[in-house]
Design a protein around this ligand. Structure first.
Ligand SMILES: N[C@@H](CCC(=O)N[C@@H](CS)C(=O)NCC(=O)O)C(=O)O
Length: 223
């Protein structure tokens, strides 16, 4: 993949609450860690629903990754493909590699759903009364998963041996846990801080933020 032509899709602007949290960040971060050069196709808001984009991402979302003309969608699938062709994101040992694979899925399938539901309640649901009524139950389900994650992580720096693609996925999920919940988990907070201090994460974040800053005035003026 190092010699392939790689293009990630991203947005030219998103509202403030989503800035730094759009899922192309994971893909950029993995590419930065792997040392694979890539280009970014910056899409205007709304272009994700055009038929030309739906042909490559059936749900009208980003990110996608184009690899020498073929397109992959779903950030988890994209990250796994990057990881298996990198020298840095997956261990060689098959048992260790299985643990990384399991943690990639655990982050996406077990942790991200309750975290995503909280984001939905806090940021998107218009019926604020209904959201406030059901939030405690969803928060409790999220806490249950975070308790177990904190217990299994313990004092370890990474989730599955050395630094791997599982840490990229898990860190990006944990960054979205609302402050009132993550405050109860100092080791998970430290885990996020440790990984977001990596130069590859900083480069990915800077890359995502650049068009948002450039286009803020135009989108804000349009209301
Ligand atoms: N499961 C998908 C989720 C992708 C997703 O939710 N993308 C959001 C940005 S983080 C998006 O494109 N939203 C715009 C829209 O739905 O119109 C993945 O991981 O790739």
């Amino acid at each position: 993949m190092k010699d392939s032509k790689l293009t990630v899709t991203a947005f030219d602007w998103v509202p403030a609450f989503a800035q730094g949290h759009v899922r192309d960040l994971r893909v950029r971060w993995a590419l930065e860690e792997a040392g694979f050069p890539y280009q970014v196709e910056v899409m205007t808001q709304g272009a994700q629903k055009h038929p030309s984009h739906l042909r490559r991402q059936p749900f009208g979302q980003i990110p996608t990754l184009e690899i020498d003309g073929r397109t992959l969608f779903e950030s988890g699938a994209i990250l796994w493909r990057i990881a298996e062709t990198s020298d840095t994101l997956l261990p060689q040992d098959p048992a260790a590699c299985d643990r990384v694979l399991a943690w990639v899925f655990a982050a996406l399938n077990t942790l991200e759903p309750p975290v995503g539901m909280l984001a939905m309640l806090d940021l998107f649901i218009k019926d604020k009364e209904a959201a406030a009524r059901i939030r405690p139950e969803i928060a409790s389900a999220a806490r249950d998963m975070l308790d177990k994650l904190a217990a299994v992580l313990g004092p370890e720096p990474h989730i599955a041996g050395g630094f791997s693609v599982a840490d990229i996925v898990l860190t990006t999920v944990l960054r979205d846990v609302p402050d009132d919940l993550i405050a109860g988990y100092p080791t998970l907070r430290a885990y996020v801080d440790r990984h977001t201090a990596r130069p590859a994460f900083r480069a990915a974040l800077e890359g995502q933020m650049k068009p948002f800053l450039e286009n803020a005035a135009r989108y804000e003026a349009a209301g």
